[in-house]
Design a binder for this molecule. Structure first.
Ligand SMILES: [Zn+2]
Length: 202
């Protein structure tokens, strides 16, 4: 998706309706910072907000995703392009998750193997220390990389207001978590709760 183009289009249609960023934010029950983020192209509206947003702007989701007004002949072709793009982005997210699991497995294996060698083999102390240091570095690097990829691949759903969001890296790393849930502050309603992870394509 061309976020810059979509953002400019949101701004143009909002202004054409004589709405300020705050007006639009209030009608959607979100912060005006979120609207500003969309319009500058640094974020796309969450799936759950697309229909209400389009309703407020008097445009179709197809036009929103295309970042422009569409006439009859363009409309269908664009709808099909947008659909293919959405499916592809969903597939990419799934692939990223798989890569992330792979990195975790390799990291864990390499770390355990090095620590076993360091602990069991008849080697000098300095080599033992070097091996353990390398194991710790591999583990830290792998976890950091997996975190970055993992965060990119998923969005979270707030159980209080039901809206979706991508947490900041700081909140993501700092939050307590289980396999499917993470304790995060929702940027829409501000409540901190156990948010369910959902794939970006859902
Ligand atoms: Zn919420």
């Amino acid at each position: 998706m061309d976020q810059i183009k979509i953002g400019a289009f949101i701004q143009k249609t909002r202004k054409a309706r004589n709405l300020t960023q705050r007006d639009l934010a209030e009608r959607l029950g979100i912060s005006d910072k979120t609207v500003s983020k969309w319009e500058t192209g640094s974020g796309l509206p969450e799936v759950g907000l697309m229909l209400p947003l389009c309703e407020q702007l008097g445009i179709s989701v197809n036009e929103l995703l295309s970042g422009e007004s569409l006439d009859g002949t363009q409309y269908r072709r664009r709808a099909e392009e947008n659909m293919v793009r959405l499916v592809r982005e969903g597939q990419d997210a799934k692939k990223l998750r798989a890569v992330c699991l792979g990195i975790n497995a390799v990291t864990m294996f390499a770390g355990i193997a090095l620590i076993l060698v360091a602990g069991l083999a008849e080697i000098p102390l300095w080599l033992r220390i070097v091996l353990i240091t390398i194991a710790v570095l591999i583990a830290a690097g792998g976890i950091a990389l997996a975190c970055i990829i993992d965060r990119e691949a998923g969005v979270f759903e707030c159980p209080v207001c039901g809206r979706q969001f991508v947490p900041t890296m700081k909140a993501y790393i700092g939050g307590m978590h289980t396999l499917r849930k993470r304790r995060l502050a929702c940027p829409h309603c501000g409540k901190t709760s156990w948010c369910r992870r959902i794939a970006r394509s859902e």
